[in-house]
Ligand binder design. Structure first.
Ligand SMILES: Cc1cc2nc3c(=O)[nH]c(=O)nc-3n(C[C@H](O)[C@H](O)[C@H](O)COP(=O)(O)OP(=O)(O)OC[C@H]3O[C@@H](n4cnc5c(N)ncnc54)[C@H](O)[C@@H]3O)c2cc1C
Length: 500
């Protein structure tokens, strides 16, 4: 029936192969070193889980429940010592330069024991991804080198991402909704910089961070056209920490309120402003949207990996219980119904993992750090010793021309179609994997019943931790709509998304 039709036109039909099987295109392009880096990174995470996270996770939850103002400095210092806070900082900024594709499997490992500790590590890269997204090479170099120095000195230097406000959550993270968002964090232009007023809430790691990547708006009536990104350091006059939230789960990771009252931020700490965005291909509004999209496309699969982690943790808890519990004179694990249920839970964790692994391929091809995945760049970075790069990169990064070149290459270089694919897959992973995580936690609790909850406390912990994942980085409902917008609506001419 299709005789005479070209294969390419068949493959371009909805669903387009290039949209639904990104791993196929990336497989040949992926540098061979990536696989061994992932193995090394996962091994390190497993070592850390055994030595630090597993013996401490339940005690940390108890401590935080008894005193929600407790700040887990001991743990932050230990994580710093293990090198997690600099591992994925590119070598051109002084970091270890591990491939970004190895973050998500590490996050899964960590969250298979404790999503709070997983977030205490993972969210460093939410803050850093906001810093990277502005492609201001001078400030990125400055902040990253302080993080690296913090690891060397034993005084952790963490980076937080400040987006959410009391009146704007999902809408501040969803490109189509920003124009309707009730944002209040205002930046007023003054001589030599900006004066910022406003409050940010639910900021992971806020109280333990040194640098704060702040998104504000020069005109609150037109936030989508006037976005501005600052790097704000602790101690800046007019910037203070507010309360720490008393959370139901992920207790080990502080969620902070951050307050800006007539806070002066000098021009040198502006990462990117609307006037700088105007010079780029998409203009101020389009580039602001691209900046958000860069961040969420990279970090929503990280939340997907957290979902995969809790799905696995719940499964492993149920399996342990089934091996240790006798029912009708034989181990529960030898009852057929229990085996079917455990197989279902195993499959849920595997499916959640597949979503974020596909996103790794998508981001490797089209995301904001795809440049680092190109074979010549990747091998050059691996071959050149950090000490050599450290000698000349700070000066190169400080030059305005470097920022201009990277913005042209990365921001103007990304096509709308590539952005759509990265954003759609990221949302898919975020909601699908976190829903699977919650499903497994509920299955584990049902499977084990009251006896199971008393068994060792882990099943209940996983359920508490998992619930928050549905909210984090835009609610799952909104991520479903973003997937519809990116992957379905282009083929449905009458579809109007985010219209209600
Ligand atoms: C564990 C955790 C860590 C976090 N860490 C950070 C952080 O480090 N930095 C940061 O900036 N933020 C952080 N957040 C905040 C998080 O990003 C927001 O909570 C999230 O974006 C959702 O926003 P919201 O809570 O205001 O809910 P809302 O967006 O107000 O959503 C509430 C409900 O309304 C629905 N809804 C909202 N808008 C629409 C619409 N237009 N159409 C239909 N339905 C809609 C949602 O689906 C949901 O059911 C964190 C949150 C959690 C839970």
């Amino acid at each position: 029936m299709f005789e005479g039709m070209k294969s390419s036109s068949l493959l371009d039909r909805d669903p387009r192969l290039v949209d639904i099987m990104c791993s196929l295109d990336n497989a040949g392009k992926m540098p061979t070193g990536v696989a061994s880096e992932i193995r090394e990174a996962v091994a390190l995470a497993r070592r850390f889980n055994e030595a630090v996270a597993r013996p401490y996770a339940l005690e940390l939850d108890r401590k935080m429940s008894e005193d929600p103002t407790y700040i887990p400095w001991d743990l932050v210092k230990e994580i710093n010592r293990w090198g997690f806070y600099t591992a994925w900082i590119p070598k051109i900024f002084g970091g270890k330069g591990w491939n970004l594709g190895s973050i998500t499997p590490v996050v899964e490992e960590l969250c298979s024991v404790c999503a709070g500790i997983g977030n205490l590590i993972g969210v460093q890269y939410f803050g850093l991804s906001i810093l990277f997204a502005g492609w201001n090479m001078r400030i990125t170099d400055k902040v990253c080198r302080e993080v690296v120095e913090g690891e060397r000195s034993g005084e952790p230097c963490l980076v937080a991402g400040l987006v959410t406000e009391p009146g704007a959550g999902t809408d501040a993270e969803e490109v189509e909704l920003l124009s309707k968002a009730k944002v209040r964090c205002h930046a007023r232009r003054v001589e030599g910089g900006y004066v910022v007023n406003g409050t940010k809430v639910f900021i992971s790691n806020g109280h333990v961070s040194t640098w704060h990547m702040l998104i504000a708006y020069e005109d609150l009536e037109r936030p989508e056209e006037t976005m501005i990104l600052f790097a704000v350091k602790n101690g800046t006059k007019g910037f203070s920490f507010g309360r720490m939230e008393k959370k139901m789960g992920q207790k080990g990771c502080p969620a902070s309120e951050m307050i800006f009252q007539d806070c002066f931020i000098p021009d040198e700490d502006v990462c990117i402003s609307a006037s700088q965005m105007k010079g780029l291909k998409r203009g101020a509004k389009g580039t602001g949207m691209q900046l958000i999209d860069f961040v969420v496309s990279l970090t929503r699969p990280g939340v997907g990996a957290m979902g995969a982690g809790v799905a696995r943790g719940a499964y492993e808890t149920a399996l342990r219980f089934a091996r240790e519990t006798l029912v009708d004179g034989k181990p529960l694990v030898n009852h057929e119904w229990a085996q079917c249920l455990l197989a279902e839970m195993y499959a849920n964790a595997a499916l959640a993992r597949l979503t974020y692994m596909e996103c790794n391929h998508v981001n490797g091809l089209y995301g904001m750090a795809s440049l680092l995945n190109m074979k010549p760049m990747y091998y050059y970075m691996r071959a050149v010793p950090t000490a050599v790069l450290d000698r000349f990169m700070p000066a190169v990064n400080a030059a305005d021309a470097t920022t201009r070149i990277f913005r042209k290459l990365v921001m103007d270089g990304q096509t709308e179609e590539e952005a759509r694919r990265a954003s759609g897959w990221a949302s898919l992973s975020k909601f699908a994997a976190t829903d699977l995580g919650i499903k497994n936690c509920q299955l584990a609790v049902e499977f084990m019943g009251r006896a199971g909850i008393r068994h060792d406390g882990w099943a209940e912990k996983f359920l508490r931790d998992s619930k928050l994942l549905q909210i984090y980085e835009g609610t799952n409902q909104l991520n479903r709509l973003n997937l519809f917008k990116c992957m379905i609506a282009p083929w449905v001419p009458e579809a109007q998304v985010f219209e209600e």
